[in-house]
Design a protein around this ligand. Structure first.
Ligand SMILES: NC(=O)c1ccc[n+]([C@@H]2O[C@H](COP(=O)([O-])OP(=O)(O)OC[C@H]3O[C@@H](n4cnc5c(N)ncnc54)[C@H](O)[C@@H]3O)[C@@H](O)[C@H]2O)c1
Length: 311
């Protein structure tokens, strides 16, 4: 059993990550401005209300708990949900403060949440990758402050790794569009619509290139990552996504409608293939997502969709 400190534990992704580590028998501390919701899955978790922009407060709480591992999830998580300069300053300073406090307090493993948006898709001035599927070698071309802040957070990780040698192990992960357990039952997603609506109208999922991941699969990924961090190359980045696309139609048919000029590039995305590769996490960590919209969606409004997808 280890002590895991999770920032942003009250959030959409954080709740499942906190619940996953608590269920596995770890001592879990959640650092968040907001309280944890009342949920039996979160029982026994210590909640610390801290503004992570306050470096001294972060340092104090880190020193008090001296966790074995830190998972940094807290952020302004939605592009354009605040002024651009606020998103950039907030997310980069949160990452810096958490890395700084963890490193100076001798935490052995530190992981931060990045985002697939670092790649730059959705750019109104146009964007095409060199190839599909997208992976960790795809060149990042952020076009907004949120995507840039996540790329900076990855660089913050590399800076601390360069300065610390091998004393602390670091990693970053880019979770695809996170679906929390209640969203399979019809609760609104991050963009306000339901999953049923997102599947029925490909235009809703196209801005994220039809990517998604179950929050519990992210929790499983993080558990495997923490276990293996000592034996893999330091300061790596991983995409974390579902093994299929969040779409009824194959992406070789859908992608060109939403990403002009991608006909040839997307030709290999047949069947249920997603646009984002998770091969690196599978090969290096042996992690594979266990959940798909095809198995998890229980929203009663999806009967038509399920028959369209021949489920
Ligand atoms: N949800 C997604 O689809 C998605 C996709 C890619 C990456 N991410 C990243 O994953 C992480 C978690 O995302 P989420 O969807 O759970 O976000 P969320 O907004 O639901 O949760 C973020 C949490 O961080 C906390 N927080 C923000 N600023 C804080 C501060 N100054 N001090 C203390 N707490 C603070 C908030 O109170 C909130 O509970 C974020 O870093 C986000 O950028 C999310």
């Amino acid at each position: 059993m280890t002590t895991v400190l999770i920032t942003g534990g009250s959030g959409r992704l954080g709740r499942s990550v906190v619940a996953g580590f608590a269920a596995a028998g770890h001592t879990v501390i959640s650092l968040d401005r907001d309280s944890l919701p009342a949920d039996p899955a979160l029982a026994g978790v210590t909640q610390e209300s801290v503004d992570l922009l306050d470096a001294e407060a972060v340092n104090k709480v880190m020193a008090r708990h001296l966790p074995d591992a830190v998972i940094h999830l807290a952020a302004i998580a939605v592009p354009f949900s605040a002024p651009e300069d606020v998103i950039l300053k907030t997310n980069t300073m949160l990452a810096y403060n958490v890395f700084q406090a963890a490193t100076s307090n001798g935490v052995r493993r530190v992981v931060t949440a990045s985002s697939p948006t670092v790649l730059g898709y959705g750019n109104p001035s146009g964007w095409l990758p060199d190839s599909f599927p997208l992976d960790e070698k795809t060149t990042p071309k952020p076009w907004n402050a949120y995507a840039l802040s996540k790329l900076v957070a990855e660089q913050v990780m590399r800076m601390f790794a360069a300065a610390s040698g091998e004393a602390t192990r670091y990693a970053a992960f880019r979770p695809c569009y996170v679906i929390s357990p209640e969203e399979w039952e019809g609760a609104p997603t991050q963009q306000g619509h339901t999953l049923a609506e997102r599947l029925a109208d490909p235009a809703l999922s196209a801005p994220a290139l039809f990517n998604y991941v179950d929050a519990r699969d992210v929790a499983d990924f993080l558990a495997v990552l923490l276990e293996k961090m000592d034996s893999i190359e330091n300061a790596q980045v991983f995409f974390v996504g579902a093994a299929d696309a969040l779409a009824i139609e194959p992406l070789d048919k859908l992608m060109p409608d939403f990403l002009p000029g991608s006909e040839a590039l997307a030709a290999g995305l047949t069947g249920t293939s997603p646009a984002f590769s998770i091969a690196k996490a599978q090969e290096i960590l042996g992690w594979t997502p266990q959940r798909s919209w095809r198995t998890e969606l229980t929203d009663t409004n999806t009967a038509g969709l399920r028959s369209a997808a021949a489920l």
